[in-house]
Every structure is written in structure tokens, then in C-alpha cells.
Design a protein around this ligand. Structure first.
Ligand code: CP3
Length: 336
């Protein structure tokens, strides 16, 4: 059993495994080089050779316990037939959703469209040392719906006033997405992923009365499925504040990633019987090293007696200095 699995499954406290969300990404010059030669982001995700190479870039540079496959949560709507484009500074743009067409998509067609993602996982697993985990991932249904219905016009404005949560077709869609996320997870596992992280990045935007149906219930279905096929799960319902406790009690994942708004002392007291991950604000990596190291220590000290995986409260920022990340990893390694 590798370190991350021991922590997730056995709730082992004897070491603190470390990896970072967005560790394969824009802050690395070696990623930028490949990216500049590959302007179409989706095509890059479907190039299994390059995707495996990008996945391994941070592993070559740093002493990390896990690789996360270079792909995107939006590969799911892509697999269901929506076009996905990434425009500079605008974020992802999807073609207008055609619900009936989408509900008709068959499993085989979906798997064929995403075949290269699974090939990339196979390639990565072959090259990755056995002591390290390979993390597969999905976006949770609500976070995907935000993009699929274009509910976020830009980084700040959310356009859900006119979104009809109660429409039958929205419910059918929620079911379809959950079902196909499970297919996507099973294929990632068969290709060699040994942990699944479920990103609900926009859970915090859900109106309270819809949290159960649009966040807890689908996350629970996915976690239940992961347990059935024997792969540990990490949930990240970002932005739901003290409702993390309710989420944990209902969804029961193997691990919970906390965001930077969660007080780690509160988390330690209120989120029991679960491995915890992350929490530290990624912006701190842009700060002077004194404050940064104090914060690294703070998280390590608070979670000293818990199964804890070092990570952040969100993905690494593109402006992060790769050398600063290196010093954080060394700091975590030198603890205990
Ligand atoms: O290193 C890793 O973490 C693995 C790869 C990964 C990417 N996206 C690559 C990527 C993972 C796990 C994701 C998850 C993802 N994608 C989420 C959930 C986590 C989160 O950040 O909240 C979301 C919401 C997306 C959707 C998405 N993809 C957005 C909003 C954007 C553009 C803006 C941004 O934050 O970068 C992307 C593009 C994307 N996905 C990039 C990378 C490396 C940047 C591509 C580029 O412009 O070069």
C-alpha cells in the first residue's frame, strides 16, 4: 500500500503525504512550452503522449506522493457531445446545451470520445513509481452544470436567477451526468488510477434549499460507486463553510479537502472519522517565505494527530514560483 492509500484507507497518521491540485499546470515553464505549441486545450488533453508527459512533469521536479492525471473536469460534457473551448482570460466556453441529444448519448460513444484520457492514464501508470499514487478525477454534477448551462458569465457574476432547478429535464440531466461520471471513474480505475478526487468547486454557489439535491446527493452517489468498485474517494465541496460537517455525515467520503475559508481548528474538531486534505491558501505561496512557512507549520501542527494529506485550499496559482513550491515540499518532508 502506498502512502496516500494508507492515509485514506487506514487513517494512518505516521506520515504526511503531499501533492498539489494543479501541480501539472501553468506555473511550470516546461508545461508552458508544451502549451504554447498546443493552442487547443481539449486536443492537448486528448493527446495521450503529451498528457502523460505533463502529468509526470511535477513528479520529475519534486518529491511528491501522487501524480494527478492531466485532463479536465470538462471532458465529461465534451464526452456527452458539447463543444468545449478555452478562451484566454474568459475561461471555458461550451456550445449551447441540447438536452435531449445529450440524454440520448450511449456509453460506447462516450467512452470512445474519451479513450485517449484512459490511454494517458495507462501510459502514466507504467512510468510512475509504484510507491506513488495516480489520482483520477471528475467534476461533481452541480459544478459541471454551471459550465454546461453557462451560468457563470465571468469570474464574478452568477446567472442562476433564471435557472429552473425543479424542471424535469434538469433532474434527468443530473441523473445522466452522475451515471456517466461513474462510467468515467470506472474507466479511469481500469486504466490505472488508484484514487478519485471529486471537485465540486462551485458548491458554495448553490442556494441553501438545493444543497441536498444538487450537491450532497450526487456526491453521495459517486462516493458510493467508488466504494463499490473499491477505489478511495476525496471530496472537495468548495465554499460550503460550516456545512462541511453535514456534507461529511451524509456523503461519507474517505477524505475531505478543506478550502482556505475553513478554520483548520474547526475542521479538526468537527470533521471526524475522515482523512483531511489541504486547506492552506494558495496565495500564500506568492508571499514572503516567513509567513508562508509559519502557515505550513500551522496546518502540520493542527493535524498532527489526524490522517492528513498536505495540499492547498484550491489549485496552485499560475504566478507561483516553482522554487517556492519546492521549499514548501521540503518543509513538509522535514516535519516529524
Ligand atoms: O494538475 C492538475 O490538477 C490536473 C489537471 C486539472 C486541470 N483542471 C487542468 C487544467 C484538474 C484537476 C482540473 C480541474 C478543473 N477544471 C476544475 C476543478 C478544480 C478547480 O480549479 O476549481 C475546474 C472548475 C475546471 C474547469 C477549468 N479548466 C477552468 C475554469 C479552466 C480555466 C481557468 C483556470 O482556472 O485555469 C480550465 C483550464 C485548465 N485546466 C488549465 C489546466 C492546467 C489551464 C489551461 C491553460 O490555459 O493553459
Amino acid at each position: 500500500m502506498n502512502k496516500l492509500t494508507k492515509c485514506l484507507i487506514n487513517k494512518d497518521k505516521s506520515c504526511v503525504p503531499v501533492w498539489f491540485m494543479r501541480q501539472a499546470g501553468r506555473y511550470l515553464p516546461e508545461f508552458q512550452k508544451i502549451r504554447s505549441q498546443n493552442p487547443d486545450f481539449i486536443k492537448l488533453c486528448l493527446n495521450s503522449e503529451l498528457s502523460a508527459e505533463i502529468t509526470l512533469q511535477p513528479i520529475k521536479r519534486y518529491d511528491l506522493d501522487a501524480a494527478i492525471i492531466f485532463s479536465d473536469i470538462l471532458m465529461l460534457p465534451f464526452g456527452l457531445g458539447q463543444e468545449v473551448k478555452f478562451e484566454k482570460n474568459l475561461g471555458p466556453k461550451l456550445s449551447k446545451i441540447e438536452i435531449n441529444k445529450l440524454l440520448d448519448v450511449k456509453e460506447n460513444k462516450f467512452i470512445n470520445k474519451l479513450d485517449q484520457v484512459y490511454k494517458a492514464i495507462e501510459k502514466t501508470r507504467k512510468e510512475l513509481d509504484k510507491s506513488k499514487s495516480l489520482i483520477g478525477f471528475v467534476g461533481a454534477p452541480w459544478t459541471l452544470l454551471i459550465y454546461m448551462f453557462d451560468l457563470k458569465k465571468n469570474k464574478k457574476d452568477l446567472n442562476i436567477v433564471n435557472f429552473n432547478f425543479n424542471k424535469d429535464e434538469v433532474k434527468s440531466l443530473l441523473q445522466k451526468i452522475t451515471e456517466f461520471l461513474c462510467i468515467h471513474i470506472k474507466k479511469q480505475k481500469e486504466a490505472g488510477a488508484d484514487i478519485i478526487q471529486i471537485f465540486d468547486s462551485w458548491a458554495g454557489l448553490l442556494p441553501e434549499e438545493h444543497l441536498k439535491q444538487f450537491c450532497y446527493a450526487p456526491n453521495y452517489e459517486i462516493v458510493k460507486f467508488c466504494r463499490k468498485i473499491n477505489i478511495p474517494s476525496i471530496c472537495f465541496p468548495k465554499g460550503i463553510g460550516y456545512r462541511y460537517k453535514e456534507f461529511m455525515e451524509i456523503v461519507k467520503p474517505d477524505c475531505l479537502n478543506i478550502d482556505s475559508d475553513i478554520n483548520p481548528n474547526w475542521a479538526k474538531e468537527n470533521l471526524n472519522n475522515v482523512c483531511l486534505q489541504g486547506g492552506m491558501d494558495p496565495k500564500l505561496l506568492l508571499n514572503n517565505e516567513g509567513k508562508l512557512f509559519d502557515e505550513v507549520d500551522k496546518y502540520l501542527n493542527i493535524f498532527n494527530n489526524r490522517a492528513y494529506i498536505f495540499n492547498l485550499g484550491h489549485g496552485l496559482l499560475p504566478e507561483t514560483n516553482p522554487e517556492v513550491l519546492k521549499s514548501v515540499i521540503e518543509k513538509v518532508r522535514s516535519y516529524k
